[in-house]
Design a protein around this ligand. Structure first.
Ligand SMILES: Cc1cc2nc3c(=O)[nH]c(=O)nc-3n(C[C@H](O)[C@H](O)[C@H](O)COP(=O)(O)OP(=O)(O)OC[C@H]3O[C@@H](n4cnc5c(N)ncnc54)[C@H](O)[C@@H]3O)c2cc1C
Length: 377
């Protein structure tokens, strides 16, 4: 008999789980609280560890038509000098920059419309030995063989299992924007520029568009400057190397979004009985290595493999969690560390940082990154 799973949350993690679990023979219902399925936000990077999985699902081709493969990552200082340049070629599948909407759509296209339910806010669940009853707003209870909580950083599923805890603020905020392509930027080259307590990243994402992000140290929940986001970012990066000021200038005010950098300490256990967690619900990651969604995609592939191996769903969920906990904790730690170093602000420490990074990456260009990108689920 086909086993039925409820997936709470229709973000990248929930959709990836639905694709993987359907491929493994499960009946799935994705239950999203919003009235419609759409992903907002800016561009994003997908690294070879995730594009490998997407290729196996038959999704990569559609993404390559929309996004831009990454061939090189350049790390620069605020005046533009190269700290290090890393080739991103030579992996079995490419790294890629893409608009989040395109990834969301490509995953949705793998799923029949009737398994994508909107306006379904999960309020809680009751776990039983042979099933789980999922409670949705409006009294619409559903019984299923299992529940996957893919409901994001403020997950209700996680809160019911582990109690309500606020994510941890890491001391800086991030603006993201999309600008039209600017002449002189090399195709496939992405970059991050390090300053004092500020960073700026440039990601060409195909279709004549450039995604950029900017960070600065500040207190949590700092409000926008009265002059607006664009004016604030423009002032902060006024003296930085080209084309940073030009990209900010070319971005419409309304297209600039802002987030605080937050994550959580890793959990010792994720799920319970026939309930498990996936993506940001299990392990939110600061955006410094561009791996939050990549981890959700890896989670999905691993969950489907574990669940297809045994009829005992609770045991499969625990196997999946045991496999994913160390990997996701490692990535979250790496990301937090790179973010903290990138946000250092004392001028002499910053000079030392740039020098040491140059030497370390020159001696072992991929040593630091291969454990992230070369991973196979
Ligand atoms: C600034 C920034 C840049 C980033 N850049 C990258 C990048 O380049 N590459 C990368 O891989 N990752 C990146 N990430 C991380 C990535 O965005 C997230 O890790 C990823 O989107 C998580 O997906 P998710 O599906 O787990 O959660 P979400 O995207 O948060 O989706 C959760 C879904 O659940 C729904 N939901 C919530 N509560 C309920 C409920 N009670 N009932 C039903 N539905 C519910 C929500 O509406 C939402 O649709 C970045 C993150 C940030 C903040």
């Amino acid at each position: 008999m086909t086993r039925k799973l409820i997936i709470a949350g229709g973000g990248i993690g929930g959709l990836a789980a639905a694709v993987a679990l359907r491929r493994a023979g499960f009946e799935v219902a994705v239950c999203e609280r919003a009235a419609a399925y759409r992903e907002t936000g800016a561009g994003m990077s997908l690294w070879p560890n995730a594009t490998r999985v997407l290729e196996a699902w038959g999704v990569l081709g559609a993404l390559l038509e929309r996004g831009e493969p990454v061939t090189r990552f350049n790390l620069r200082s605020a005046r533009g000098g190269l700290i290090s340049g890393l080739s991103m070629e030579g992996f079995s599948t490419p790294a890629l920059c893409i608009h989040r909407t395109d990834l969301h759509r490509a995953l949705r296209e793998q799923l029949p419309a009737d398994c994508l339910l909107s306006d379904r806010r999960l309020e809680g669940f009751d776990g039983h030995e042979r099933s789980v009853v999922v409670r949705f707003s409006g009294g619409r209870d559903v019984e299923a063989d299992g529940l996957v909580g893919a409901d994001g950083i403020h997950s209700t599923v996680r809160s019911q299992i582990h109690g309500v805890q606020e994510p941890v603020y890491r001391g800086y905020c991030i603006w993201r924007g999309i600008a039209p392509e600017i002449p002189g930027l090399e195709k496939g080259h992405i970059s991050e520029t390090w300053g004092s307590g500020q960073r700026f990243g440039i990601l060409p994402m195909g279709q004549g568009l450039i995604c950029w992000y900017a960070t600065r140290n500040c207190g949590p929940d700092t409000s926008d400057s009265p002059a607006g986001r664009k004016a604030e970012v423009r002032d902060l990066f006024r003296d930085w190397h080209g084309p940073i000021p030009q990209l900010i200038e070319a971005t419409p005010e309304g297209d600039i979004i802002r987030n605080d950098a937050r994550d959580r300490a890793p959990l010792r256990t994720w799920g319970k009985g026939r309930v498990t967690l996936l993506g940001d619900a299990a392990h939110p990651i600061t955006p410094n290595v561009g791996q939050g969604a990549c981890m959700a995609i890896e989670d999905a592939a691993c969950l489907a493999k574990c669940a297809s191996r045994t009829a005992d769903l609770a045991a499969a969920f625990r196997d999946y969690e045991d496999l994913r906990r160390p990997r996701t904790a490692f990535i979250a730690r790496q990301s937090r560390r790179i973010g903290a170093i990138g946000q250092w602000e004392r001028p002499w420490i910053v000079r030392g940082r740039d020098l040491v990074t140059r030497v370390v990456l020159a001696c072992s260009p991929h040593l630091r990154f291969n454990p992230i990108y070369a991973y196979e689920v």
